[in-house]
Design a protein around this ligand. Structure first.
Ligand code: PAF
Length: 277
């Protein structure tokens, strides 16, 4: 496996490979990321190249968020990626990817990007789309794999690729969970042991919301308010707990495929999760 830090080196290394599977990450990898790499390997085939990027993207962090403290664990990440079958790690410096302030940005439409995560993290999806579009231009993958754990992000990227007519097949990777059911996340590392046990409440809350809907309840605002209150009662600070249509994340409609999504702060750690019905 090669570990490359410049765009020029990466382009040279990729010149021989027409089929390229790409997994963009911010590092501090866990089994969820490695499953995406393995999925990319299967999709691209043995002759194709699997590229993973590691770049903590300042553009998608608000000033009060954890950009400075986000764990940078490149050596360990590279060992894990090598074992998972990755061919090339692209780990650019900030100066390499943003040699001047990134004035040109990819701004996704508000109808999808200003709700839920985008409402609570203004500018987040502009930061994500800008770096992902730039990484796509650099890697020029034939396919890319994103985790369904970041459900809204996956949707935003799919729409960007469709509207920009990028020749890249976007695949979703299933969320990996601990044996107890906690969705794997780089930010789980911020949790104490007691918080890790408590963190299971988020997915249970989403499951309970879906169960009420499936039992025939339809007063969604009340159901969502109950779910948020249950989290507050357990010491959480929820941003949202909601049931949406999978197709566009609009309000849930009976008979359509749905997804329950939630984001909530446990102590100083903000966790997100989702469950399809
Ligand atoms: O999901 C992530 O880790 C990031 O948002 C991504 C897609 C690597 C862009 O920085």
């Amino acid at each position: 496996m090669q570990v490359l830090h410049t765009i020029a080196e990466l382009r040279d290394a990729l010149a021989l490979h027409r089929q390229r599977g790409f997994v963009p990450t911010m590092g501090n990898l866990h089994d969820g990321h490695l499953a995406l790499v393995k999925q990319a390997r299967e999709l691209v085939g043995p002759a194709g190249a699997v590229v993973a990027s590691i770049f903590v993207n300042r553009l998608q962090f608000a000033p009060h968020e954890d950009f400075d403290t986000y764990p940078r664990t490149l050596a360990r990440d590279c060992e894990l990626l090598d074992a998972a079958g990755c061919d090339i790690v692209f780990a650019p410096s900030e100066a390499e990817l943003y040699p001047e302030p990134q004035g040109y940005k990819v701004v996704p439409p508000g109808v999808l990007a200003d709700i839920l995560e985008g409402h609570f993290r203004p500018g987040f999806f502009t930061g994500v789309c800008t770096v992902v579009h730039k990484l796509f231009n650099i890697v020029q993958p034939t396919l890319a794999v994103f985790g369904k754990k970041d459900y809204q992000q996956l949707m935003v990227i799919r729409r960007m690729v469709a509207q920009m007519a990028l020749p890249i097949a976007i695949h979703g990777g299933e969320t990996r969970r601990s044996a107890e059911g906690l969705a794997l996340s780089s930010r789980n590392g911020y949790l104490s042991e007691a918080e890790k046990a408590e963190a299971l409440r988020l997915s249970r809350t989403l499951k309970a919301l879906i169960a009420r809907w499936q039992a025939g309840e339809r007063d969604l605002p009340a159901m969502e308010a109950d779910a948020m209150q249950a989290l507050r009662d357990a010491g959480w600070a929820p941003d949202y707990i909601t049931l949406r249509r999978r197709v566009d994340l609009g309000p849930a409609v009976a008979g359509e495929p749905l997804v329950a999504l939630g984001a909530a702060r446990l102590g100083s750690t903000r966790l997100i999760d989702n469950l399809e019905d």
